[in-house]
Design a binder for this molecule. Structure first.
Ligand code: ATP
Ligand code: MG
Length: 401
């Protein structure tokens, strides 16, 4: 009985997919494709524990002269990048083999969508064989510092594709007609190899709307973008990131098959981020306090607070980190600076941020006061509040009957 596709283990299907791409590249004399998919197969084998086979491919790859040029000499890969004719700046940057040590923390639903996107690229052949179209494009939107650029990098890394990042500053030319030309050059360059093309800070193109002289040019750019997006094949993944999605032309917005909104992390994600960035320096109960304190903070703000605190610890010749240091640094980066403020004021601000559930002992540890001192400050506030409420009730004119 023939084995149906669905009963084949997915790892085997993925190996076969990569091998198919290598054969395809070899038959077409497309060395870039052969190298990209061989490297992808190598990393897949490594992930699956097939170290011997992975090592063999690694040796083959490192013996290939063009691989050495591609990986060992990134400058070489950059030499071919298109440049803006006016500024002579390259309009993109290339990372031939994106790697990274940073792990992205994603909410469950966002993570599932990213997985589906990656699978749709990895199994493009199967989708096509089943009569389904593949146009792998994703628009990532959300406020600054939530991990949009990091997500794009990690998708390129997962796919094992080179990452071509457009430099929007160089892409937008002050010469009439040149921006649309740059967009075309960028997509033409990307078409020469399997890759992830990443348009970071994509809204910069939309901002051309602000200037009425630019409107005609913007139309040309939008048309050029739409035509180029439509012409992308399944080996070309398009990612774009923006903080101002409302500035994008609706036709461009519709072109992206996947749209992902990243926002400030949830309580669980904040806990995970603190655990990672503090590298085992605080206990779970302290992390819980920081997690509550950081409500509304972005991943970048959390990282910044943790790294600043660790830096101060190392420079101060200490090996231990206190909850109060991270809490104050965090408040500072959230524009709620506690430095130089009266302890009573800090207690009240912390109680407001942490809510009624926060234990007075924890607030005391952050401020350097005992639990009973914290309790006195909070009670005094309640008393004042109570008195004010009673006083205002008394002074309120009685309704005439
Ligand atoms: N969800 C997250 N998981 C892990 N790290 C994160 C996350 N969000 C932010 N970070 C950290 O913050 C840093 C900055 O994030 P990144 O540059 O990707 O944000 P961004 O959304 O692209 O911001 P901008 O809009 O300013 O370009 C990352 O390098 C990472 O260290
Ligand atoms: Mg970014």
């Amino acid at each position: 009985m023939p084995v149906s596709a669905s009963s084949t283990p997915s790892s085997v299907r993925q190996y076969v997919f990569d091998i198919g791409k290598i054969v395809e590249g070899a038959l077409r004399g497309d060395q870039a494709r052969v190298l990209t998919y061989t490297d992808r197969l190598r990393s897949r084998l490594e992930e699956d524990g097939e170290q011997q086979a992975a090592l063999r491919l690694k040796r083959l790859l490192s013996g290939s002269p063009s691989h050495m040029a591609q990986v060992a000499d990134i400058a070489e890969a950059r030499r071919g990048l298109p440049v803006d004719s006016e500024s002579r700046l390259p309009i993109a940057d290339i990372d031939p083999a994106p790697t990274g040590t940073e792990t992205l923390v994603l909410e469950q639903d966002v993570g599932a969508l990213v997985e589906r996107f990656v699978a749709s690229v990895q199994m493009a052949d199967e989708l096509v064989a089943n009569g389904l179209s593949v146009s792998p494009s994703m628009l990532i939107h959300g406020p600054p510092g939530v991990g949009k650029t990091l997500l794009a990098r990690s998708i390129a890394q997962r796919l094992g594709f080179p990452l071509i990042t457009a430099r929007t500053d160089a892409l937008i030319s002050s010469y009439l007609g040149s921006t649309a030309k740059n967009v075309r050059m960028l997509f033409d360059h990307a078409a020469g190899r399997p890759c992830v093309l990443f348009l970071d800070e994509f809204d910069a193109l939309g901002k051309m709307r602000d200037d009425s002289r630019e409107l005609g040019e913007l139309k040309r750019v939008v048309i050029s973008l739409l035509q180029n997006i439509d012409a992308l094949g399944p080996d070309h993944v398009l990612l774009a990131a923006t903080n101002h999605e409302h500035l994008l032309d609706p036709a461009i917005w519709r072109r992206f098959t996947y749209k992902i909104r990243l926002g400030p992390p949830s309580v669980e994600a904040r806990g995970e981020l603190f655990r990672r960035f503090l590298r085992g320096h605080l206990e779970d109960q302290d992390i819980e306090v920081l997690t509550m304190l950081a409500e509304g903070a972005t991943g970048a703000e959390i990282k910044h607070a943790c790294e600043d605190s660790l830096r101060a610890m190392v420079l101060g010749g200490r090996t231990e980190l206190g909850l109060e240091v991270v809490a104050h640094t965090l408040m500072h980066s959230l524009d709620d600076d506690t430095e130089g403020a009266a302890p009573e004021d800090v207690v009240l601000r912390l109680a407001e941020r942490l809510g009624r559930k926060a234990s007075q002992e924890k607030i005391g540890r952050i401020v350097g006061l005992s639990q009973s001192q914290v309790s006195r400050i909070l009670n005094a506030k309640e008393d004042r509040h109570g008195r004010r409420t009673t006083a205002s009730n008394q002074s309120r004119p009685q309704k005439r009957r």
